[in-house]
Design a binder for this molecule. Structure first.
Ligand SMILES: [Zn+2]
Length: 342
C-alpha cells in the first residue's frame, strides 16, 4: 500500500515537469533521458582538482590543463625550500584528484603524506629528468677555490650556515628549459590518463608550449656558445641545471637549500672568486633584497642584476602576466648580458 502511494506520488511529480498530453509511460522515459543528459552535462564541466607544491609545477599544470583543471599552488609566499603543509593545506592535498610535485627531493614532506594516504595520486614531475648529485655541486664549488689553503675548514663552515642537510640530488630541475620540456610531457601524460576524453586538448596545449620552450632554449644555446665555461654569481646554488645546459658554471653565495644571509667570511670568499674569474656582476633573487649583492659588487666596482629561481612568484608578477617562460628568458638574458659587459 505504501509503495503504491510513493509510485503514484512520483508519477504525479513527473507529470508536473512534463507535457500532459503524452501517455504516462513515455513521460517516465523522457524524464529518465532528461536526467541522464543533466548528469552528462555536470560531468563535462567537472574539472580535475589539482594541488601543486609550488610555482613552476603549478604553471606547467595550468598551461597543459587549461580550462579542464583547477590548480591550487601551495607555496604562494615564504620559502619553497622550507615549506611544510599546514592543516588547511593537508585538507587540500588529501581531497585532490591529483597532487603535482617537483620531485628530486624538493618536497621533503611528501613521503609522510604518501604513507598516510596511500591512495593519493601524486605525480613526480622530475621522474624523467637526469638528476645532478648534490655532492657534485659542492665539489664543483670546491674546485673554484682550488688554491685556497683553509679550504677544508670553510667547507665545514659553509655546511653549517646552510642551515639544514641537503638531499642526495640537486632538486632545482625546473631551472633548465630542457628539463621543463620533460616535465610538461609528464603532466600531459598524467592528465590524459586521468581524463582520456580530453587527451587531444592536452596534446595540443603541450605541442604549443613545448615549441616555445624549445625555441627559447635553442636561441640561448646559440648565444652562450661563445661563453662556454664562464661563471655567474647567484644568491643560492639553484642554477646547476641551467649551467649544465649551456656549459656554464654557477658560483653560489649560499648553498643548494639555503636562502639565509651569508656570513662575512663567505662574502669575502665570493669577492676573491670574482676577482679570480674576472667577474663583475652579482645576481640577487628577483623580487627580494639586493643588499648582499650590492655589498659584494661595491667591493669590485661591479653591478647587480636580478635572477629568478621561480620558487615563489609574487602577485605583482602574476598581475604583470609573468610566468615560467618570461622569467626564464629574463634569467638567461641577464646571464648573457653579464658575460657581454652590459
Ligand atoms: Zn632553491
Amino acid at each position: 500500500m505504501r509503495k503504491y502511494k510513493i509510485v503514484v506520488l512520483a508519477l504525479a511529480l513527473l507529470l508536473m515537469f512534463t507535457a500532459c498530453t503524452k501517455p504516462v509511460n513515455n513521460e517516465v522515459e523522457n524524464a529518465k533521458n532528461e536526467e541522464t543528459i543533466e548528469k552528462d552535462d555536470n560531468k563535462k564541466v567537472e574539472k580535475i582538482n589539482v594541488v601543486a607544491s609550488f610555482y613552476p609545477v603549478y604553471d606547467f599544470t595550468k598551461k597543459i590543463g587549461g580550462d579542464k583543471v583547477d590548480v591550487v599552488n601551495l607555496t604562494q609566499t615564504g620559502s619553497a625550500h622550507g615549506y611544510e603543509p599546514s592543516i588547511d593545506d593537508m585538507k587540500k592535498i588529501v581531497d585532490a584528484d591529483l597532487v603535482v610535485i617537483n620531485g628530486g627531493g624538493f618536497e621533503s614532506w611528501v613521503d609522510s603524506v604518501k604513507s598516510n594516504n596511500p591512495k593519493l595520486d601524486i605525480v613526480d614531475m622530475s621522474k624523467d629528468v637526469d638528476l645532478i648529485e648534490s655532492d657534485a655541486i659542492h665539489a664543483h664549488d670546491e674546485h673554484e677555490h682550488e688554491d685556497d689553503h683553509d679550504h677544508e675548514e670553510h667547507e665545514d663552515d659553509h655546511d653549517e650556515h646552510e642551515g639544514h642537510n641537503h638531499g642526495k640530488y640537486d632538486p632545482h630541475t625546473w631551472l633548465s628549459l630542457d628539463n621543463a620540456g620533460k616535465m610538461l610531457e609528464t603532466i600531459k601524460n598524467k592528465l590524459s590518463e586521468k581524463d582520456p576524453e580530453n587527451k587531444e586538448y592536452y596534446q595540443a596545449n603541450y605541442d604549443t608550449i613545448k615549441e616555445k620552450f624549445e625555441a627559447l632554449d635553442d636561441k640561448y644555446e646559440d648565444w652562450f656558445e661563445k661563453h662556454k665555461g664562464k661563471s655567474f654569481v647567484v644568491p643560492h646554488k639553484a642554477f646547476g641545471y641551467s649551467a649544465k645546459d649551456y656549459d656554464l658554471k654557477q658560483i653560489g653565495i649560499e648553498g643548494i637549500n639555503s636562502d639565509t644571509e651569508p656570513t662575512l667570511t663567505r662574502i669575502g670568499e665570493i669577492v676573491e672568486l670574482m676577482k679570480e674569474n674576472k667577474l663583475n656582476t652579482v645576481f640577487y633573487e628577483y623580487g627580494k633584497s639586493d643588499k648582499v649583492a650590492n655589498t659584494i659588487a661595491a667591493e669590485l666596482g661591479g653591478n647587480v642584476k636580478p635572477i629568478s629561481t621561480l620558487e615563489v612568484i609574487g602577485q605583482e608578477d602574476v598581475d604583470k602576466g609573468n610566468d615560467y617562460l618570461s622569467l626564464m628568458e629574463m634569467n638567461l638574458q641577464n646571464i648573457l648580458d653579464s658575460f657581454e659587459g652590459k
